[in-house]
Write a protein that binds this ligand. Sequence first.
Ligand code: FAD
Length: 318
Amino acid sequence: MSKVLVLGEAREGALRNVSFEAIAAGKKLGDEVVGLLVGDAVADLAQELIAYGADRVITVEHPNLAHYTSDGYSQAVLAVVEQESPGAIVFGHTAIGKDLSPKVASRLQIGLISDVTDIEGEGADAVFIRPIYSGKAFEKVKIADGTVFVSIRPNNIAPLAKDAGRSGDVSSVSVDVQNLRSIIKEVVRKSTDGVDLSEAKVVVAGGRGVKSEEGFEPLKELASVLGGAVGASRGACDAEYCDYSLQIGQTGKVVTPDLYIAAGISGAIQHLAGMSNSKVIVAINKDPEANIFKVADYGIVGDLFEVVPLLIEEFKAL
Ligand code: FAD
């Protein structure tokens, strides 16, 4: 296994961090890492993939690929796989990766190891570690032979240091995407605070204990002071304190930040499924028996409306 194809993901003209993490994963699997960029006018991003370790980059560009569709992207990926015959393929386990990878795997008639959080060993000896049973256990998977296809969970595999002086070829592959079954004309995003929840290094999440939409304001301020993103339990989303796009858990987003602050969240098993692998967990809850304290590294028993402003004050003073 020497050539590895890595899908770079861009959003609003900028590469997502998971692209660089996927390159680092690719480096463990083969000698030559080929970055793939799919979209409209994405060639400008190729040099950044190279700076993070890609040896060369292939672009597939077309106005119909400006926004993700599984039909368009899978045709692009399959065309490049046919041309390059990689021994391994790496995607991010993102919304796009989760949708695209099973389709590509089934078309290629190969297996997929999804949601990989770590890789032990290198090349043909690589062993992939992935959480199972909603994060309560980990399994180790090794591919006996054939093409290795993995999707990696964001925020788990460290990217390589950026080297702006690296150079590599950039070439293009043209794919006929005139007659896609669907073409996204425009994406109207809800306004966000800027930090992508699934890639954030710090997440400040609120639950039903936040009590109202206004109750989220101190959490937003704490997240902003820490350069992080705001998340929520389903309890908070169901109560309409915040949007479902913030939901973390079994039926929401899975996050693995360096720091997860849970405020007014009881710690139901479905919530833990989305955050229990965070590196450091801080729980703020006025109930000392709350389940969230079982997974917390630091627990603060108290009223979040008193504790969160104190944290904001302290972190601002640093
Ligand atoms: P509660 O359980 O009501 O907890 C609120 C907590 O806030 C309590 O512990 C309370 O002590 C504390 N509190 C109250 N006031 C304060 C205060 N002033 N200061 C500090 N603490 C305070 N849930 C998810 O989160 N994500 C999912 O993806 C998800 N998927 C689900 C899928 C299925 C199929 C099902 C059945 C359920 C799912 N749930 C999910 C729901 C889950 O079971 C819980 O109902 C939900 O997580 C509870 O949210 P909560 O912790 O915010 O609310």
